[in-house]
Design a binder for this molecule. Sequence first.
Ligand code: ADP
Ligand code: MG
Length: 338
Amino acid sequence: MAVVYLGLGANTGDCLAQLRQACLLLKRHPAISLQAVSSLYHTAPAGFRDQPWFLNAVARLHTSLKPEALLSVTQAIERRLGRVPTRRWGPRPIDLDLLLYGAQQVQRPFLTIPHPRLRERPFVLVPLLELDPALRLPSGESLRDVLRACPGGVSLRAPAARFPLWTRKTPMSHEAHRRQAPSSVRCAVITVSDTRTPQTDTSGQFIQQALQAAGHQVRAYTIVKDEPEEIRRLLQQYLDTEELDAVLLSGGTGLAPRDTTYEVVQACLEKELPGFGELFRYLSYAEIGAAAMLSRATAGVARGKVIVAMPGSTAAVRLAMEKLVVPELAHMSHLARG
Ligand code: ADP
Ligand code: MG
């Protein structure tokens, strides 16, 4: 379980409502427990001056999500609240930044933690210190010292609001605890393929790694041939297993005569989730064009378990896992279990 600090900002639309909504969506995520949110701060725009002032705050949360998975969640919330790709540091209805993730340092092309511009931004340093006056960077530096050394000094109109953006109800009931507890989804992974072996099954390996990186458990992994009877038997066996919450399949969703995963899964589903296939093909279209429609990727629910059927290619599996499955699996499983 990691203690994470998120920076929240907005400067177009109803900023306060958008920040509130962002907190609500974070709070609702089954793998996130929102602990505290700072006061709101009015901040002069950094970078481009010809834009409205920002409303900023910092949230502290506990999560079982790994940094990359958490970034997918915050980016999904940004998109949901109307953020569209625009110039860097330009106006935006919502901006969620991963400021600190425990004492971890992350250096990836798309993710740097501590946030690369944390040192220059009083509008994150001040609310961070409000939440935790003794906070330190992974390097051991005290945040107070960082703020003192901040170029340009502190120029916040702060706090903008006396009322908190979000308050924790205390004491919390057991029920609320259970709902907020980060959940780890117990998964079975099935690769449907006539040719792959555990050594060559890069898609199956990717699914397992992505699940584990997001804090989920891989309880079973099987490669099965493109034989509908075998796929059906295995799927039924997993649906009969009480200690499983989700079954993730890859392969056999195409148009070739031996592609039958779609038919088998379709026949099992009690509730189909057409949005999964729609969004998958929409995202895939941006990568491979019209050939995206040749995949019959699908998802849904049967006997309280989530079933996801993805195409077999590793690129497709990566897209489906990173953009759709990892961000929503815990949520879907929570709803499916009832
Ligand atoms: P800023 O966060 O400086 O206002 P943007 O929000 O426009 O800038 O930048 C978004 C990009 O920054 C995303 O593509 C994301 O992958 C990348 N990024 C790198 N590190 C982080 C981080 N710690 N938190 C959020 N986004 C990050
Ligand atoms: Mg950002």
